[in-house]
Write a new protein. Structure first.
Length: 62
């Protein structure tokens, strides 16, 4: 079974707002239009974890 995943580039405030978007009056439509997340489904926990490690440069001798 895969994960539903939204990927986007944002600062911490925008990311927090996106995470809590359903509590907004427009149910997050404005922040979604601003960030334009790429939506994917079917990634495994391992694949998302590997991507996260790469982005954080973990385990790469950096």
């Amino acid at each position: 079974m895969g994960l539903l995943s939204d990927f986007f580039v944002a600062n911490e405030g925008e990311a927090a707002r996106y995470a809590d978007r359903m509590s907004e009056d427009d149910q997050g439509k404005a922040i979604a239009l601003q960030l334009r997340p790429a939506e994917y489904k079917g990634f495994t926990d391992l694949e998302v974890g590997t991507l996260w490690a790469i982005l954080r440069r973990e385990g790469m001798g950096c």
